[in-house]
Design a protein around this ligand. Structure first.
Ligand code: CA
Ligand code: ZN
Length: 298
């Protein structure tokens, strides 16, 4: 097993790999929270941090996957996520649909035996990974943004037991991840989940020569395409077009039949809506697995 405990702040084909790994090897990513662990108490405010997207969401890595070539797909099995015993929630200036009527506030949340407590209300945690992806072949993308490489997808179903597929766009794929949340709601309304340091255990595998345009999450029951755009309508078009293409590959159905099938069987959820709309809006769109056909990817 290899341990990755150094972080970068962008996805870049020029980032020096922290280490390399063979497909099948176990990788343990030690991640800081999205504030680089700098909010320790409720007196520490985001506005004191000179916090900006350029230094947000550190992601551990990248890891050079031996044998990964552009045109391949990298599959990442999330085997385990262990979180620290304390996380933070913060409102963020200009962030989220209700941001014009709120205070800047930090809340420290203690985690004990898998339970979080907020104002006396206790609820189970459900750790998930906010930032995960491979390097783009074009311009660098800061860790705070999502894209068709993955990045800040903030999908609450990218958690233990999920398998996430990424397009490989540069040699070695350059996998990195961070921004773990002890738990997060769909849309991440105020701009954060329970932001927390963590250790994430994954196993990667390679699918050679397979066209994939957006990251896909496979759960026990469903396939979800994660896609973004400057607005949710366009993001839904991107996600449904990619799912249509993947479904047609395995079912042999034509475009219209696939369109109709998705219309009666799909789920959609807003992953994250916490940023102003000059930044990409990201959602997930999926359908149940179809055991009578071969897997969507592979
Ligand atoms: Ca995030
Ligand atoms: Zn986060």
């Amino acid at each position: 097993m290899k341990t990755i405990d150094k972080s970068v702040y962008n996805f870049s084909k020029n980032n020096e790999p922290f280490t390399d790994a063979d497909p099948g090897e176990l990788l343990l990513f030690k991640t800081m929270d999205c504030f680089s662990n700098r909010l320790k108490t409720e007196e520490d405010l985001i506005t004191d941090l000179a916090y900006s997207y350029d230094v947000a969401n550190p992601a551990a890595g990248p890891v050079y996957i031996n044998g990964a070539e552009p045109g391949d797909v990298l599959a990442v099995d999330i085997l385990d996520i262990q979180v620290a015993d304390q996380g933070v929630i913060s409102t963020c200036e200009g962030c989220g649909p209700l941001c014009d009527d709120m205070d800047i506030r930090t809340r420290v949340v203690k985690i004990k035996d898998g339970i979080a407590e907020f104002n006396g209300v206790k609820f189970p945690i459900d750790p998930m990974i906010g930032v995960i992806g491979t390097a783009p072949d074009g311009d660098d993308v800061i860790d705070g943004y999502p894209g068709n490489h993955g990045g800040n997808m903030d999908s609450k179903i990218i958690k233990k037991g999920a398998r996430v597929y990424f397009p490989v766009r540069v040699k070695g794929a350059l996998l990195q991840l961070g921004d773990v949340h002890a738990t997060m709601g769909d849309a991440e309304l105020c701009g954060t989940g329970i932001e927390i340091a963590a250790e994430v255990l994954v196993k990667v595998s390679l699918i050679k020569d397979f066209e994939l345009n957006w990251p896909v999450t496979e759960t026990a029951t469903h396939w979800y395409v994660n896609a973004c755009a400057h607005d949710f309508g366009e993001a839904l078009r991107n996600a449904s077009r990619e799912l249509q293409r993947l479904l047609m590959n395995v079912t042999g159905w034509d475009k219209t039949d696939t369109y109709m099938y998705m219309s009666v069987q799909s789920d959609v959820a807003i992953n994250q809506a916490c940023v102003p709309c000059e930044v990409a809006m990201i959602l997930r769109f999926g359908t149940p697995k179809l055991p009578q056909f071969k897997p969507l990817i592979g």
